[in-house]
Design a protein around this ligand. Structure first.
Ligand code: PEP
Length: 248
């Protein structure tokens, strides 16, 4: 499975970041799962360039809209690729909450692809409703990205299904494996409107939101996902190690 550790802005010192790197390296070296660390920007190059594990990968938590120039504070795809990031998280709900639009997410996805990075595009409903309107919401988020890309670009994306209502919660408030199965089926059905059904089955879809050591295995087992995007539980070395070791 692909396991992404999204540290968000929770790891507040390079000393703590280096400690997490050490345990992530041990997990990656086992070669059972692909571990991808997504540290905050100041740590990214420092960790990735000093990393000695060929199996451990690095993702940025965001990418700028434009390819660079006179844009104070922005971090471009070329910069990220030059410090050995291989992936970038795009459209996380915490960035959408700050005003990032579907159009921005498409632009960032194209920017990532043209920089040689693999975009991990986050989608997810804010809440559930009895009329299942959340499905249309999800579909609109998928359409906004896939509708703007050609077939080659579409095939290069990793999707992360992250229901916003589950993010930051504890395992007991998260999604159930049965609901996850349904959502992943739905997402693949939508993807099949953009590509042959066989290809839609092969798109890497990760799940994120309240994944902890106690529910990771159940969420990962036979639910149709290809990996997990882990937030708070990835910023504690013990939790993250326990979570990854328990995976099928
Ligand atoms: C996230 O924000 O991407 C996430 C999965 O968070 P958490 O695991 O803390 O719910």
């Amino acid at each position: 499975m692909i396991i992404i550790a999204n540290w968000k802005a929770k790891v507040q010192s390079i000393t703590d970041a280096k400690r997490l790197l050490t345990s992530a390296k041990t997990l990656a070296e086992k070669g059972i799962h692909q571990i991808i660390l997504a540290p905050s920007a100041p740590y990214l190059g420092l960790l990735s360039l000093s990393n000695t594990s060929k199996k451990l990968r690095f993702a940025a938590q965001d990418i700028t809209l434009t390819p660079g120039g006179a844009q104070t504070g922005e971090v471009t795809g070329k910069m990220l690729a030059s410090v050995k990031a291989t992936h970038v998280i795009i459209g996380h709900s915490e960035r959408r909450a700050l005003g990032e639009s579907d159009a921005d997410i498409l632009t960032k996805t194209k920017h990532a692809l043209s920089s040689g990075l693999i975009p991990i595009v986050c989608i997810g409903e804010k809440k559930r409703d009895e009329d299942a309107e959340y499905l249309s919401h999800l579909r609109a988020q998928i359409d906004a990205v896939y509708g703007g890309l050609n077939a080659k670009e579409q095939a290069a994306i990793v999707l992360a299904y992250e229901p916003v209502w589950a993010i930051g919660k504890s395992a007991s408030d998260g999604i159930t494996p049965d609901d996850l199965i349904e959502m992943i089926r739905y997402i693949r059905k939508v993807l099949a409107t953009y590509m042959p059904a066989k290809k839609a089955e092969q798109v890497a879809i990760l799940y994120g939101g309240a994944v902890e050591p106690s529910n990771a295995k159940a969420l990962a087992y036979n639910t149709g996902i290809d990996g997990l995007l882990v937030g708070h539980a990835s910023t504690d070395a013990k939790s993250f190690t326990a979570l990854v070791k328990d995976l099928p």
